[in-house]
Write a protein that binds this ligand. Sequence first.
Ligand SMILES: C[S@@+](CC[C@H](N)C(=O)[O-])C[C@H]1O[C@@H](n2cnc3c(N)ncnc32)[C@H](O)[C@@H]1O
Length: 229
Amino acid sequence: MITTPDLWHHYGRTRATTDRTVPATFRWAWSQNTGPGAETLGDLTGLRVGDLGAGAARHAAHLATHHQPARVDAIDASAAQHAMATDLYAHLTPRLRLFHADAVAHLRQRPSTYDALYSVFGAVDFTDPRDLLPTAADALRPSGRLVFATLAHHLDGAPARPDVTHTDIPATTPHDEATTMRRWVLQERTWTTLLGEAGFTRINTDLLRADVQGTRTADALLVTATRPT
Ligand SMILES: C[S@@+](CC[C@H](N)C(=O)[O-])C[C@H]1O[C@@H](n2cnc3c(N)ncnc32)[C@H](O)[C@@H]1O
């Protein structure tokens, strides 16, 4: 049997030992102290929402606690991240549901199900957009909205790509061996073209400039798109 190492084993692990709270605010970018929050998703009252690549599910826990959705599905392909989310937020069930699954596989089984889907540097960054975006469009109900935060440029400062090709970025196995993983860091107009091809309309892109300085800070794109009625 071929097993793939979980390259998200270490991500957020230190914070999970010290911060078990439901975040009071929703931020689209870690380099952001101000700027847009959950209102970008629209009024979620009574709606079905999905977080694609939810990690420890902090964003999803915030929405489930503070925004009265019918339910938020927090989907993550990493066993480590799913376990972390379960440890931190399983008590928020049934309004919050935690799924250990690949986002494309999860969405394929749920056509016309979600009112809103979002990704905060999640599955949209790390999955071929030619697979994920059309599947997300099909999983939304008519007028449903996809919102995602993604890198506006590579973390080392290299520009985003004009074509639909991934970058092999540094990653670490659970045993601390160096490896790489695929990340799609694309220009604004490339995302817009891909979303249009996937069937989305009303595509809008905002640049969120980093307002916190540090080694892992970067400008972000906040992209919104709608499934037509
Ligand atoms: C940088 S982390 C972001 C986690 C979380 N959204 C946050 O803001 O803390 C990226 C996450 O996306 C998940 N991910 C990447 N590709 C995915 C896919 N195709 N399906 C589900 N999860 C995916 C990874 O497992 C990882 O937990």
